[in-house]
Ligand binder design. Structure first.
Ligand code: ZN
Length: 122
């Protein structure tokens, strides 16, 4: 019997107790404290590698009961990805590109004329 919190959820960071022998049966207990968090972990892996669309990822989160911006309970790196998935599409801010190139007048250097003093010969 283990009494020490010997695991840390990779999704929310919560320390929890898991028996390594039980992990052989309930595999998800090895990395997450709850089955939902394990589902999120799997979903993020799929989403990150392009195997899952944003719509499908959103559906997984909706089923679990997570909605924007309710991501405070997760590790920052996970929360960032969840917000990215849950952020309403089409709300992306168009960046205004400011044209900062100033036209500088070309400086015209006065032509130096070879003005030679006339030597007055008498
Ligand atoms: Zn967790």
């Amino acid at each position: 019997m283990i009494n020490k919190k010997n695991h840390k959820c990779i999704v929310c960071g919560t320390a929890y107790i898991a028996c390594n022998n039980c992990n052989r049966i309930n595999n998800w207990r090895a990395i997450c404290d709850t089955e939902d968090h394990y589902r999120i972990h799997i979903m993020l892996n799929e989403y990150r590698t392009g195997r899952m669309s944003k719509e499908d990822a959103t559906a997984v989160l909706t089923r679990i009961g997570i909605s924007y911006p309710d991501t405070w309970a997760f590790l920052p790196v996970v929360a960032d990805m969840l917000r990215d998935i849950l952020a309403v599409s089409g709300e992306s801010v168009d960046e205004v590109v400011v044209d900062s190139v100033e036209e500088q007048p070309v400086e015209q250097k006065p032509k130096t004329r070879g003005r030679k003093k006339k030597v007055e010969a008498e």
